[in-house]
Design a protein around this ligand. Structure first.
Ligand SMILES: NC(=O)c1ccc[n+]([C@@H]2O[C@H](COP(=O)([O-])OP(=O)(O)OC[C@H]3O[C@@H](n4cnc5c(N)ncnc54)[C@H](O)[C@@H]3O)[C@@H](O)[C@H]2O)c1
Length: 328
């Protein structure tokens, strides 16, 4: 049986990846320090004999016993609210954490895939973004802690690949959504759904002409799975290229939730990218991958998940003033 270590296992993407690899017949070792994750996301896996969990901070030395075939490094604060609150931990997990896991991969002769992000393109001057684009990042801006940690993560991963011959994979993840996102993480989908469920007006920044493209989590997980098993070491964009303006998206949410909220406009936060859309030609050619779930289907499943949460969960997300933060 193949053994895979998944860091960030209690988070949104990590927990779905645990499910996927368990379903594919792997023995999964989940690792997480729970700084932004939630054990409820993997509660259903604890009774599975092919799942183990380690409560550990991967910015410190990482050891696991026994053989390892694969490592997926997904531990990192991922939403603007999180990484503005814990900027040093964000820099550390992208740099020291990645170094530790590359070292472990080398020791175990395992293949490692690291979770990079569309944020390596910063506020892009090229549209849509291809993997060849070097990006437009403000190193010292508030988002720099995340963007530069991820850029360093890619550099050190390629260095291990070139210098040590390590088998490495790099996925550049574009906005992904689905069940198990946190309502109060400041990302645009939970922010809108949370406001709709609480009966508040939906906050749009600037005039709402900035675009985003949203990938449903099952599609994202399928892309990551294919990339891990591919022979391709260069970065690959995985995301849904179907673009929408934030204003139109807010209107879609109002229709989906059947509520009568309005849209309220607030000033655009610093460094909020105006456009974000993946060019997925490489993923199509190399992995035979493209997204299958359209936004209406994915949003319905996601909304039903949030609607099923308890009153207490909803209350927990109530007192955030998203205008103080960067929402994307
Ligand atoms: N969700 C997206 O749209 C998206 C987009 C681009 C990139 N990504 C990347 O995917 C990965 C997962 O993102 P997510 O959306 O699931 O976020 P998340 O916050 O839900 O999950 C991250 C997990 O990592 C854990 N973690 C953080 N620092 C850690 C440390 N030092 N040691 C151990 N565990 C630690 C957290 O507790 C959490 O469970 C991140 O690397 C993120 O940068 C996600």
């Amino acid at each position: 049986m193949k053994r895979i270590l998944i860091t960030g296992a209690a988070g949104f993407l990590g927990s779905h990846l645990c499910d996927k690899f368990i379903a594919e017949g792997y023995h999964v070792l989940g690792m997480d320090n729970l700084i932004t994750g939630d054990l409820n996301n993997i509660d259903h896996l604890f009774k599975n004999k092919n799942f183990e969990f380690y409560h550990h901070d991967v910015s410190k030395f990482v050891h696991v016993s026994g053989k390892l075939d694969y490592i997926l490094h997904f531990a990192s604060p991922a939403s603007p609210i999180d990484y503005l609150k814990i900027p040093i931990q964000t820099l550390k997990v992208g740099s020291l954490g990645t170094h530790n896991l590359l070292g472990l991969a080398k020791e175990k002769n395992a293949r490692i895939l690291i979770a990079s992000t569309s944020e390596v393109y910063g506020d892009p001057l090229v549209h849509p973004q291809t993997e060849e684009y070097y990006g437009n990042v403000n190193t010292i801006g508030p988002r720099g802690v995340y963007d530069e940690a991820k850029r360093f993560q890619e550099s050190i991963t390629m260095a291990y690949h070139r210098f040590h011959g390590l088998e490495t994979r790099i996925v550049r993840i574009f906005n992904t959504y689905g069940p198990r996102m946190r309502l109060n993480d400041g990302r645009v989908i939970p922010a809108f759904i949370g406001q709709a469920l609480r009966g508040e007006d939906l906050t749009v920044f600037g005039e709402g002409n900035q675009t985003r493209s949203f990938c449903y989590v099952d599609d994202q997980v399928d892309g990551i799975y294919r990339l891990l098993l591919s022979e391709y070491a260069e970065p690959v964009n995985i995301g849904n290229p179907h673009e929408i303006t934030i204003k139109d998206f807010a209107e879609e949410i109002i229709k989906l939730t059947g509520t009568d909220q309005k849209i309220v406009y607030k000033p655009l936060p610093k460094d909020d990218p105006m456009q974000r859309q993946p060019d997925i030609t490489r993923a199509k050619e190399i992995l035979g991958w493209e997204p299958k779930v359209n936004r209406a289907e994915g949003m319905k499943i996601t909304y039903d998940y949030f609607k099923g949460l308890s009153e207490e969960d909803l209350r927990k997300s109530e007192h955030k003033d998203f205008s103080k933060h960067i929402v994307r």
